[in-house]
Design a protein around this ligand. Structure first.
Ligand SMILES: [Fe+2]
Length: 391
């Protein structure tokens, strides 16, 4: 049963069904989640939310008052409230959500324009590209997190924003500022040809098989036809759309080009397209841990990806990309919150102390201390944690 309650009535074990505001208006990545621990409860109680809704079939109900219980002589001391996540994260999430909303709407509009035979112009995506770049400037990885979480949208929109975001961030390392907007627009429209693929295949909740995959592969040729027809798009933008499924060994599609014939931006698109797909949750598969996705991509070898570019991409994401779960030498488990110049010593959000099994919400900047370090990458599920904790 769904029930409206005040944030002050919330308790650990409740399942939040709605935060009483549109997704755009609150500072959470998700609107539905289980309150798993005191840290999450503290954040919720200290929020500006007026009313929230719980689902009592998925979690605990409001605690019933027991009139028979004798009143204590003295009011028990209030439990100290665990500090909430840093407020700056809220601002970054808001900005990233704005950029996400705008970009997915732009992709929808562009697809509708193509459907109705209107001309397609890169300028239509310019202000959206600007928002994506702004979000990356303020925090390079928040928008990537938002695109992974916001999975109620069709995958095509989510994936296009994810690719545009990663491509813009990665390209910033080597391309001029003026090229970044062009590249970001290329990322936004890189799968525009999917408009010609039947919805039953495009939005199929399971893995594609046989003929379905053959039809899906045609989206690249459709993209090329659409972009070249309007004659408004640059070579780089067409390359991102046309070459992001090519492979250095010539086994990619649709052209089967060899490494020397694939432009750098096309090869970057190919790496990012696969990385975004692997690290995003789908109905039929879990999201891969970022480090697992990168490790597998390296193992697949130089036939599949341009190796120098892949190594550069790994360096850009960091040895431990944001969102990776790690075990610290201090026997605490947490996830990478942000990078430092020393990529081996990022900022970790420690969530669990193994010795005491105590849940915590502590930011550990490994670049500022010498007493702790990362011991290794772990699976949050192995410790009873999962990415729902990242809210
Ligand atoms: Fe594609």
């Amino acid at each position: 049963m769904k029930k409206k309650i005040l944030p002050s009535q919330a308790r650990v074990g409740m399942y939040i069904d709605s935060l009483g505001k549109d997704w755009m208006e609150h500072n959470y990545l998700r609107s539905c989640f289980l309150i798993k621990n005191e840290a999450m409860l503290a954040k919720l109680k200290s929020s500006q939310l007026k009313e929230i809704a719980i689902d009592t079939e998925k979690g605990l109900d409001v605690e019933e008052k027991k009139p028979d219980t004798p009143k204590p002589m003295h009011k028990p001391a209030e439990k100290p409230v665990t500090p909430a996540f840093p407020q700056t994260t809220g601002a970054d999430i808001q900005q990233a959500k704005m950029a996400y909303k705008m970009a997915s709407q732009v992709i929808r509009d562009l697809m509708n324009d193509v459907r109705s035979g209107k001309a397609l112009k890169p300028e239509q995506a310019a202000s959206s590209a600007e928002q994506i770049i702004k979000s990356i400037d303020s925090n390079p990885h928040t928008l990537t997190a938002v695109t992974r979480i916001k999975n109620r949208d069709e995958y095509t929109f989510q994936h296009s924003v994810g690719v545009a975001t990663l491509l813009a961030g990665f390209a910033k390392e080597t391309y001029s500022n003026s090229a970044i907007e062009e590249i970001t627009i290329g990322g936004i429209i890189h799968d525009i040809g999917k408009i010609m693929v039947p919805d039953s295949i495009l939005n199929k909740p399971d893995k594609l098989e046989g003929d379905e995959f053959i039809i899906m592969k045609k989206h690249v040729t459709y993209s090329r036809e659409i972009l070249e027809k309007f004659n408004n798009f640059t070579r780089m933008q067409i390359d991102i759309a046309l070459l992001h499924h090519e492979r250095p060994d010539g086994m990619g599609y649709p052209l089967g080009l060899k490494a020397e014939d694939i432009s750098e931006i096309g090869a970057m698109g190919a790496i990012i397209d696969v990385y975004d797909a692997l690290s995003t949750r789908r109905v039929y598969k879990k999201a891969w841990e970022p480090s697992q996705a990168l490790k597998s991509m390296l193992e697949w070898g130089p036939g599949q990806f341009n190796q120098p570019l892949l190594l550069r991409f790994i360096k850009y994401l960091g040895v431990y990309p944001v969102g990776t779960w790690v075990l610290l030498e201090s026997n605490r488990v947490g996830f990478i919150l942000s990078q430092n110049e020393d990529k081996l010593r990022p900022v970790v959000q420690a969530n669990l102390e193994l010795k005491t099994r105590r849940l915590m919400n502590q930011e550990v900047d490994l670049s500022a201390i010498t007493s702790d370090a990362i011991k290794g990458v772990v699976s949050p599920q192995a410790y009873g944690l999962n990415d729902d904790f990242v809210i």
